[in-house]
Design a protein around this ligand. Structure first.
Ligand SMILES: [Fe+2]
Ligand SMILES: [Fe+2]
Length: 349
């Protein structure tokens, strides 16, 4: 039942994003450089909305306020780079935000949150998006360079096939650790089903790569598997499952709606069905693990999730290549940022 609620929350987020008008500020001009500072001395906005400082990380920071988002920040939802600079200010080292999002607090109806992100180098070096969901630990640093001109579609799906193969191992490892840490049979069975799903996804995305003239990229060799402490397992799931795989599920569902290539659309519809289940599994494991961890461990996990959201926003800052947006149906930057916001809003819950 809780799985169904989680899936329906994210399905609603996709529908709301599909209804966004074809404009949007995030993904605007990159901010100027500067060192990614840890000391953020941004002044609070000079509007009468009781602004207060929130969490301050090196490359993202949050402000809270009391009142209506439009009245307090001057906009609602994603801001343009210029709007973000006005309300977010700069970090203590002079770095301007390149995206920001304002919206209701989600807990206190009279309050709101402004999230500011400085995602340009050196905060987050440019890493092309690699939709493929949950990565095993040894995949985390895997990055790809820009594709050759005219080969964007095939290259994209060749890389996705590689990432899907990584997800097989991520779920194998998760299954072993769920058993070792005494999780319910329901969670273990869901992880086993996810392994089979990911094996199918490799075949499906490899076929798409070949459809567009490329051979799928072979995955990295699997290192020996170990059983980690619950905290490490929960941390990985919180980032790779609740943030990255959840985004991947939303992106697949988006592609199933908007891709102009009929084979991509049909394939993504099938994959999205599975990925929505994986999304629900990630959040179910998250809530199971959180119930067994001390408050300071839970706080560290939440910090890691916020960092992962900022990294993801950075990876999605630029619009995809035209062919990827049309034939593969990848969302434009402002649409991706809205989908990420749906995930971000769920984090503190
Ligand atoms: Fe997958
Ligand atoms: Fe998945």
């Amino acid at each position: 039942m809780r799985d169904a609620k989680r899936i329906s929350y994210f399905r609603r987020a996709i529908l709301l994003t599909l209804a966004l008008p074809a404009c949007g500020g995030s993904g605007g001009s990159p901010a100027d450089g500067g060192e990614g500072g840890t000391q953020d001395e941004t002044a609070l906005p000079a509007t009468a909305c009781s602004w207060a400082p929130g969490v301050r990380n090196a490359c993202d920071w949050y402000l809270t306020f009391v009142g209506d988002p439009t009245a307090c920040a001057g906009f609602n939802g994603s801001g343009t780079a210029a709007e973000c600079l006005v309300v977010c200010g700069r970090t203590g080292t002079g770095q301007a935000p390149d995206s920001c999002y304002v919206g209701p607090d989600g807990v206190d109806a009279s309050a709101g949150t402004l999230s500011c992100y400085a995602t340009t180098s050196p905060c987050h070096p440019a890493v092309p998006p690699g939709n493929g969901g949950r990565r095993p630990g040894y995949f985390a640093s895997l990055g790809f360079g820009p594709p050759a001109a005219g080969r964007e579609l095939g290259t994209h799906f060749a890389r996705v096939a590689c990432m899907e193969a990584g997800s097989i191992e991520a779920f194998r490892s998760m299954r072993h650790e769920l058993v070792a840490h005494g999780a319910s049979k329901r969670l273990v069975r869901a992880a086993e089903r996810a392994i089979r799903d990911e094996m199918r996804h490799v075949r499906q995305t490899a076929a798409l790569a070949r459809r567009f003239g490329e051979e799928p990229i072979a995955p990295l060799p699997v290192p020996p598997r170990t059983i980690r402490p619950l905290f490490e397992m929960a941390l990985e799931n919180a980032v790779e499952g609740c943030v990255r795989e959840t985004y991947s599920a939303l992106e697949c569902a988006w592609q199933a709606e908007v891709a102009t290539d009929p084979v991509v659309r049909t394939t993504m519809k099938r994959i999205a069905r599975d990925e929505m289940r994986h999304l629900a599994l990630a959040w179910a494991v998250h809530s199971w693990a959180k119930g067994r961890l001390a408050p300071d461990a839970r706080a560290r996990i939440l910090d890691a999730q916020r960092d992962a959201v900022a990294t993801l926003r950075g990876e999605l800052r630029a619009d995809p290549h035209g062919a990827l947006a049309r034939e593969a149906g990848l969302p434009r930057s402002y649409q991706s940022q809205a989908l990420v916001h749906a995930i971000e809003s769920k984090l503190a819950g």
